[in-house]
Design a protein around this ligand. Structure first.
Ligand code: FDA
Length: 497
């Protein structure tokens, strides 16, 4: 069968989209969660396939292999380097948008969720069935389950329940032969690898079985705004000493940000936000804060009592009074060009380092340093339990993020150079040997596969940063699961050679 006759074959099922069709350009446009590459010279997919069933995923895999086309699989399209919709070699994009069912089993306290669902759809689906169950995954509702779970995934429940991937108990997975495997038939090694080894390396996860976690009917949220002045820096410094040791029910993250505003004063202000979820009522939170972090001066009136599902809205930037249906909106809020980089801190960062980031942040219109505390459950899970190794001894994850609205490569370069400068500046204060990074905040600057058959020893440069000692095991799994290296991209796991 030629590529065109196979295209004709699957076209009759209305899930094949060819260049030139309106559905193709709409799908491609909405896939680009980072619009930075929309008009770039990168190759566009030969076809976009939007399967409704695992059988249709199989057809797409088999046809692509037969015609020597690569595959890029997209769930939510939030990959920081666009690897789910960009490629330098001819490719087919499989967009899982039609595979997003969610089925909650309250008796078992589990759910099956298909990869094309977003976190918002998952949280909404759980909330439709229960007020006292939730799931520990990321903050942004438009993030796709497929990529997020494949790379670990953490959010406000990370301190008491670990990563999203820590709470996956089974999966339906399709390999390069189009065979569908579950946990039992794929074996524990591959099941280990797909829960944190990064998307796009082993095959396509169609659906995940997850363990729901219990949440109380009443939770409390707050955000305290300060300036990054002497007082603000002292607070951030103190926060670093306490945030990872607090009771697991209390998550306080710090966002240092500069956003150009309407007033001159705002343009010159770098803000610090202490942004928190407490799994309990405000009357329990206040004494706890008075004891462990009195310097923040938290008052009852700074807090809002709400439900866990409404806290998901709050952390996504909605009002707690908004309708839950906002979680079903698959478009990213405030979509703009961006570049991010990531670090882990094993020791508190000195006050002088925070003083030194103030001026650089003021140079950008929209720049962030987001710090998420670990500790709690993350300390108790061994480094080799899943591919994500950043457990005991990591006080916090840091994400540097810059956004811009202007188009064009020259503009992009300016902002990317800026974030590289900030990353270089932070080097003395963060983890080293390796300087660790989080696969879900993908960063091709730390190294990439330059050839289709990049060796393990070449890839180890970036692989150890994401996976430390687990990288070798991942490469071994890859050798057994996908020996032909069909599923590959710029940072896919290489074969162990
Ligand atoms: P996308 O579809 O782009 O997939 C990412 C990678 O996984 C690609 O390589 C893709 O090919 C592969 N893939 C996708 N589906 C697959 C499948 N079914 N089987 C196999 N491979 C698959 N992270 C976090 O931990 N906590 C957070 O709070 C946030 N918040 C956040 C906000 C915003 C605005 C962005 C852009 C990103 C985040 N992230 C995050 C990072 C996020 O977890 C990460 O980008 C995920 O990989 C995104 O998953 P998607 O399915 O959306 O991406």
């Amino acid at each position: 069968m030629s590529i065109h006759s196979s295209a004709g074959y699957i076209k009759s099922f209305k899930y094949l989209h060819t260049p030139g069709s309106t559905s193709y350009s709409n799908l491609l446009q909405s896939a680009h969660q980072n619009p930075r590459w929309l008009n770039s010279s990168s190759l566009k997919p030969r076809f976009i396939v939007t399967p409704y069933s695992a059988d249709e995923v199989r057809v797409a895999i088999i046809c692509s292999r037969k015609h020597n086309l690569q595959i890029r699989v997209k769930s939510g399209g939030h990959d920081y380097e666009g690897l789910s919709y960009l490629s330098k070699t001819p490719f087919v994009m499989i967009d899982l948008i039609n595979l997003r069912s969610i089925s909650v089993n309250l008796e078992e306290e589990t759910a099956w969720v298909q990869s094309g669902a977003t976190l918002g759809e998952l949280y909404y689906g759980i909330a439709q069935k229960s007020r006292v169950h939730g799931f520990p995954a990321g903050l942004c509702p438009s993030v796709g389950v497929g990529g997020h779970f494949s790379g670990g995934g953490f959010g406000t429940l990370v301190r008491n329940h670990g990563l999203a991937a820590d709470n996956v108990i089974d999966a339906y997975f399709m390999d390069a032969n189009g065979d569908i495997l579950d946990r039992e038939s794929m074996g524990e090694d591959l099941f280990w690898a797909i829960r944190g080894g990064g998307g796009g390396s082993f095959g396509i996860v169609i659906a995940w079985k997850i363990k729901l976690v219990r949440v109380p009917p009443v939770v409390t949220v707050f955000t305290i705004h300060k300036k990054l002045d002497q007082e603000g820096i002292k607070l951030v410094h103190k926060w670093q000493h306490v945030a990872h040791k607090l009771p697991e029910d209390l998550f306080i993250r710090v966002v240092i940000q500069h956003l150009d505003g309407t007033s001159e004063a705002m343009n010159k202000t770098v803000e610090v936000l202490f942004n928190s979820l407490f799994l309990g009522p405000v009357k329990e939170l206040i004494p706890l804060m008075r004891k462990s972090f009195p310097e923040l001066g938290l008052l009852e009136e700074d807090c809002t009592q709400t439900s866990w599902i409404k806290s998901a809205l709050y952390f996504a930037g909605f009002e707690t009074g908004d309708k839950l249906e906002v979680l079903l909106d698959r478009t990213v809020q405030y979509k703009s060009n961006f570049k991010a980089k990531t670090d882990f801190a094993e020791n508190p960062i000195p006050e002088s380092a925070f003083q030194g980031i103030r001026d650089p942040l003021l140079q950008e219109q929209s720049a962030f340093v987001i710090m998420d505390p670990f500790g709690g459950k993350m300390e108790k899970i061994p480094e080799s339990e899943l591919p994500f190794p950043h457990r005991k001894g990591n006080l916090l994850n840091i994400q540097y993020l810059v956004k811009w609205s202007e188009d064009g490569d020259a503009e992009a370069k300016k902002h990317v150079d800026w974030i590289k400068m900030l990353y270089k500046y932070m080097k003395p204060y963060v983890s080293r040997s390796p300087r660790a990074a989080y696969i879900n905040y993908r960063d091709l600057d730390i190294g990439m596969n330059r050839r289709a058959n990049t060796s393990y020893s070449e890839a180890v440069i970036w692989g150890r940063k994401y996976f430390k000692g687990n990288f070798r095991r991942l490469a071994g799994v890859k050798m057994r699961a996908d020996p032909g290296n069909f599923f590959r991209h710029e940072q896919s796991i290489p074969l162990l050679s």
